[in-house]
Design a protein around this ligand. Structure first.
Ligand SMILES: [Zn+2]
Length: 342
């Protein structure tokens, strides 16, 4: 019988201090050339080991091979000029220096496929791989060529589909698209955002997921959260269309957030990765706190479709805190699993 409540993480995990600056998001690499190539592989093994030690069921590379969840992918594409940077407002929230689209975009070569093959060789457990979603990609760029967010998103969807098919062939079990932008641009999400996502997963036989969160625990995000009021109903906007989409799994921020849990009823029937670990605090959840969040989610998600997870990536945390949180997730899921089995 399939294990109930299989645990996983939303994505990134801390990098070892010999590879990148600790507790720093988007830190530059500390190694170069072949040492960097080897260092990333070593870090992937360390990260996998830490997930396994904590008892995580669906494992990932901990995003050890990328600096940024969007730009590392974009760096590998034709048509994007990284020298010619512009300041844009990311997700209507904070300014960032981003590359410029100067011509037709295309994928020169596979981006993460070698790393995914390497991860596949290290474990027989199910593996999940994260890619940026089309809408979040266009939001992390200045477009000087297509002059249309929608047009560029469709181009990225085609490119992501090429990459996703090769990741599937490399043995990835779940391909996840990170779409924090789905929590911001509601009109576009419903007009073309979800359609672009479905283009990105076209023809895939492996499982697919979309991760929609309120962001890493950085100041721009925590300040934004303060403006959202007591009830965060952003998910309500995209859920009806997501429920009707071909996406298999929806990954959400739930623990310590002001998202009313009953919104999950809107995606009944989908598998849900329920964020039961807060990534914006160093306080390690107790297993009982994790279990409480999962029990609450179980009112709206069928037990065979509930995947305990983290709210978002844990890259900015210390390794010790991240390890503690992984263990809490695992132990909390075990409590509820036991309750369900009686
Ligand atoms: Zn996230």
């Amino acid at each position: 019988m399939k294990k109930l409540l299989p645990t996983s993480t939303a994505g990134s995990l801390p990098k070892p201090s010999w590879l990148a600056e600790s507790e720093t998001l988007w830190s530059p690499w500390k190694l170069q050339d072949q040492a960097l190539v080897d260092g990333k592989k070593d870090a992937l093994c360390v990260s996998l080991h830490e997930q396994q030690q904590a008892g995580i069921d669906i494992v990932s590379d901990g995003e050890q091979t990328r600096q940024h969840f969007v730009t590392t992918f974009i760096e590998h594409l034709n048509g994007v000029d990284f020298e010619n940077r512009k300041i844009v407002k990311i997700r209507d929230r904070y300014d960032a220096s981003v590359p410029t689209v100067v011509g037709p975009v295309s994928r020169q070569k596979p981006v993460f496929v070698e790393a995914a093959k390497f991860l596949r060789q290290q474990t027989d457990q199910p593996i999940k791989w994260a890619l940026p979603g089309p809408m979040t990609m266009i939001d992390t760029l200045y477009d000087d060529h297509y002059k249309s967010r929608e047009k560029l998103a469709w181009e990225f969807a085609i490119i992501l589909n090429q990459e996703a098919k090769e990741l599937e062939a490399a043995g990835v079990d779940i391909i996840q698209f990170d779409e924090p932008a789905f929590n911001v641009f509601f009109d576009d999400v419903n007009k073309w955002g979800i359609a672009c996502l479905e283009r990105a997963i076209e023809g895939l036989k492996c499982e697919t997921a979309v991760h929609i969160c309120y962001g890493y625990g950085i100041k721009a995000n925590t300040d934004w959260k303060k403006t959202l009021g007591n009830e965060w109903r952003q998910y309500e906007e995209a859920f009806p269309k997501l429920q009707a989409s071909n996406i298999d799994i929806i990954s959400l921020e739930c623990h310590n957030s002001h998202v009313p849990m009953e919104l999950l009823e809107l995606i009944r029937g989908k598998k849900v990765m329920v964020g039961a670990i807060d990534v914006a605090t160093n306080t390690i959840e107790t297993p009982e706190e994790v279990a409480n969040t999962l029990r609450e989610a179980l009112k709206y998600v069928d037990a065979d479709k509930l995947y305990p997870c983290t709210n978002c990536g844990m890259a900015p945390l210390s390794r010790e805190v991240a390890r503690g949180k992984l263990k809490a997730l695992s132990d909390g899921a075990a409590i509820v699993r036991k309750e369900l089995s009686v």
